[in-house]
Ligand binder design. Sequence first.
Ligand SMILES: C[S@@+](CC[C@H](N)C(=O)[O-])C[C@H]1O[C@@H](n2cnc3c(N)ncnc32)[C@H](O)[C@@H]1O
Length: 249
Amino acid sequence: MWCGIITLFPDMFEALEYGVLGRAQKNDLLKIACWNPRDFTDNKHGNVDDRPYGGSPGMVMSVQPLHAAIQAAKKSAPKNTKIIYLTPQGKRFDQPAAEKLAKEDGFIFVAGRYEGIDERIMQLEPGEEWSVGDFVLSGGEFAAMTMIDAITRLVPNVLGDAESANNDSHCAGLLEYPHYTRPDCYQDLVVPEVLLQGNHQAIAKWRLQQSLGRTWQKRPDLLEKKTLSTVEQELLREYQASEQGIKRD
Ligand SMILES: C[S@@+](CC[C@H](N)C(=O)[O-])C[C@H]1O[C@@H](n2cnc3c(N)ncnc32)[C@H](O)[C@@H]1O
C-alpha cells in the first residue's frame, strides 16, 4: 500500500514507524511519503495560508501550494491512486470502509489545517472526502494516520496469523469477545472455566456468545444492522436470560 501525504507537519508521520505499521514499512508492505506544501509555494514570503475571502476568523490553506504538492506526489504515486481529503464534512470512516479501501493500491491523503483548505483544490484534483468522526480535529494528520492504520492492517500479510483481524470488533458487525491471560486467578477474579479446559468447540461457542452478548450490551445499534442465524439468536437469548437472572430450562 502506497500512502502519499500532503501535510505541513511531515514529522508527525514518524509515529507510523512503530508496531504493526513500522513492521509493514520495513517489509515493504506499506510505503509512506510526505509532501509539504511549504516546499511548493510560489509567493516570495513562502506563505501556505491566507485570510478567508468574505472575512471570518482563522486562515485557509492556499490552493497553489496544495495543488503543486499534490501534483508532485502524483508523480511518485502508483496508477489509480485515490486522493483522499480529510475533513469533518466527509463520509464517516468505519471498518467496512477500511475493508474496501484496503483493496486499493495507493492514496494521497490531504491533511488540512487552520479553517481548512481552499475549496477549489477539489475541483483541480478531484478526490473523496472522508471524516474519522463527528468531531473537529485541529488538523488532518491524526485523521490520515487513523485511516492508514485501520486500512494497512487489513492488507494481506501485514498482520501475522496470531494477530489476524478476522475476529476483531466490527469485522463481522459484532464486538469481539473478552480476553484473559495468566494468571488464571488474580485477587479472587478468575478466568472463565471454559477457557481453561481446552475444548475448542466449547471455547468457540462461548466466544461467539460473548461476542453477541457484548454487542447487545454495548452497541445494540450494530445488532439491528445484522441478521443473526438461528444458532446465534439462541446463543444471544441464553446470554440475555443469564444477564437478566432469568432461569431457562
Ligand atoms: C480545524 S479543522 C477545520 C474544520 C472546518 N473549519 C469545518 O468546520 O469543516 C482543520 C483540519 O482538520 C482536519 N479534520 C478535522 N476534523 C476532522 C475529522 N473529523 N475527520 C477528518 N479530518 C478532520 C481537516 O483536514 C481540516 O481541514
